[in-house]
Design a binder for this molecule. Structure first.
Ligand SMILES: Nc1nc2c(c(=O)[nH]1)N[C@H]1C(S)=C(S)[C@@H](COP(=O)(O)O)O[C@H]1N2
Ligand SMILES: [Mo]
Length: 558
């Protein structure tokens, strides 16, 4: 049996290859087919007289250029074997009519979707599109929240494509001031949990919130103050029934309930800091220019003691030969229940000192829903984007995960590559570089109200399990430095390497060099055990995504 993906060139224009692979893999799961190593591509361009047929590997498919070629050639068809048919997908011409809201909501078979006051039937589109399932959740509701989430689609040409699926308009009788009233639209975030008001909210839906100063100053971050980074809604999961599927390169599968994971494998505790690639992005924006993405200050970082089972134990139990690893076992992909996914290199997954966990407890309590209930991955020392929450599927692959979070969002580029960075050749972020931040400055004032001395505190962290060995502070812009005191030496931690941040404290006199005190600026930089240290300014590490904002942190003293 072969799998066919047939699609018109116009629709294809909205898809990049990562979508394609995800879709193909999804369809393959659904139909229980083994992983193909190559895909046949057949072009249906009107201009191509001989309809050339080519074959590309999964790896090559991950390149955007392969798909760009397909678009240029007109329509194309992807097949998993030699057989193909000529009936490539065509957009149906449909009559426009008016719909009552109730009708749209009742669509059970055909997803009726609202965009503004327009109604779309995207059944065909879903067939050909990864994430289609996710969009089905909007069935009978509004498309906008989903469009917002898949930023990859927020382009005029994609809206144009959507227009082809328009089947009607909402009846005037259901509009208020010419719009569909808010309460008539299904909110995909309606089941999100309640949250602590002390978190510093960047966006409420999806939930993105920083740990407040109080939490940043404690070694273990309390669960309710742990920063939250959600790309979507929080899935409503039945923790008893939920299963994690492990799939090996030969297509064999093994499923485990969370209960089975707990009973079958030894549990381990690992104390680890999670840090978002975008932590301190706002300071990069301020220091070097506009960046895309949530403008986090220094609070997209937190630390917890995680408890779970070792990924390597589960992979071995599922049949992966870790003694003699198959050559096509290069990456471990994690997929989540909403739509998120990412991967890590197999060497990190299997490293006996790597401490990669499938975690179900956080600081001695069940994982909170915002942090991945009932089970998430914890990849210590690695960018938190790989610590996939609401884990549902793990697979072993020769290639990195095809998701936009592996192929695009979490990469960095040459500082001057602003318009057209080479997404494909840039390496995805895994281990984090060294960073530090000032979280608290307390001045002591003299008789005339002038700042005489300060007490400052902050954190320092490095990825890859590299320990922080020193934190230096300066109060004259970096001409003279003082070593700060490293705290947390007594903290009880579990794990094979230095996976946690270190807090630091500095008490000192403000230099009397003739400057007015209002100009005094505190500067901090940390050094890790590899003697890596932070860059002085943002110009040299600027990237349009605003990732890895690790320049010296600065704070006004008064
Ligand atoms: N399923 C899923 N996992 C995910 C994400 C997500 O949106 N969905 N966000 C990732 C990113 S970018 C970060 S920084 C961390 C945040 O974890 P936290 O919310 O527990 O702090 O989760 C990662 N895992
Ligand atoms: Mo992140």
């Amino acid at each position: 049996m072969s799998l066919k993906y047939t699609i018109s060139g116009r629709l294809l224009a909205c898809l990049d290859s990562s979508c394609w692979i995800a879709h193909a893999q999804h369809a393959r799961h659904a139909r229980r087919l083994p992983l193909p190593t190559h895909l046949q591509i057949r072009s249906y361009s009107h201009h191509a007289h001989n309809n050339p047929k080519t074959s590309i590997s999964w790896a090559a498919l991950a390149s955007r250029s392969a798909i760009a070629v397909g678009v240029a050639a007109g329509s194309l068809q992807l097949l998993t074997d030699d057989s193909y048919d000529n009936s490539h997908g065509k957009v149906k011409a449909t009559k426009i009519r008016t719909f009552r809201l109730a009708e749209v909501k009742q669509h059970d078979r055909t997803p009726g979707l609202l965009g503004g006051t327009s109604v779309y039937d995207i059944t065909d589109w879903i067939e050909a599109h990864p994430g289609g399932e996710v969009i089905l959740a909007a069935s009978g509701g509004s498309l906008e929240p989903y469009w917002d989430i898949f930023t990859i689609h927020k382009r005029p040409d994609v809206y144009e494509i959507l227009e082809q699926y328009k089947i009607g308009e909402i009846d005037d009788a259901d509009l208020k001031d010419g719009r569909v009233p808010h309460d008539a639209i299904v909110d995909p975030f309606q089941h999100d949990p309640g949250r602590d008001a002390r978190l510093v909210t960047l966006t409420p839906r999806p939930r993105n919130a920083e740990t407040p100063e109080l939490g940043l100053r404690e070694f273990i971050t309390r669960n309710e103050l742990f920063y939250v980074r959600n790309h979507f809604w929080v899935p409503a999961v039945d923790g008893e029934q939920h299963k994690v599927t492990i799939e090996l390169t030969d297509g064999s599968e093994r499923k485990y309930t969370v209960k089975e994971l707990k009973e079958r494998f030894q549990t381990h505790k690992v104390t680890a800091t999670l840090q978002c690639a975008g932590n301190r992005r706002k300071s990069m924006t301020e220091g070097a220019g506009p960046t895309n993405g949530l403008q986090w200050r220094a609070g997209a970082i937190s630390t917890a003691e995680w408890e779970g089972v070792r990924l390597v134990d589960v992979l071995a139990d599922a049949g992966l030969n870790i003694e003699e690893l198959p050559t096509d076992a290069q990456h471990v992909h994690f997929s989540a229940m909403e739509a998120y996914g990412a991967s890590i290199p197999i060497r990190k997954a299997l490293d006996p000192w790597g401490d990669v966990l499938l975690a179900f407890d956080m600081n001695g309590a069940e994982l909170p829903r915002d942090h991945g209930y009932p089970v998430r991955v914890i990849v210590p020392g690695t960018v938190a984007a790989r610590s996939v929450k609401w884990l549902s599927h793990i697979s072993i692959s020769p290639d990195e995960s095809p998701t936009q979070w592996q192929q695009r969002d979490y990469k960095s580029f040459c500082p001057s590559d602003i318009k057209n960075p080479n997404w494909q050749s840039a390496r995805s972020i895994q281990e984090m570089p060294v960073t530090s931040a000032i979280t608290h400055v307390e001045p002591t004032r003299g008789e005339r109200g002038e700042v005489e001395s300060i007490c400052a505190e902050g954190y320092a962290y490095s990825g890859g399990g590299r320990e922080i060995i020193r934190v230096d502070v300066s109060m004259d812009g970096g001409r003279t430095w003082h070593e700060a005191e490293l705290l947390d030496a007594e903290a009880k931690v579990s794990g094979s390497k230095a996976w946690c941040w270190r807090h630091w404290r500095y008490k000192g006199q403000v230099p009397d060099d003739g400057k007015t005190v209002s100009e005094a600026v505190l500067v901090v930089k940390a050094t890790d055990e590899a003697y890596n240290t932070q860059p002085q300014t943002y110009e040299s590490i600027f990237n349009a995504r605003g990732n890895l904002a690790t320049a010296w942190d600065r704070a006004k003293v008064s």
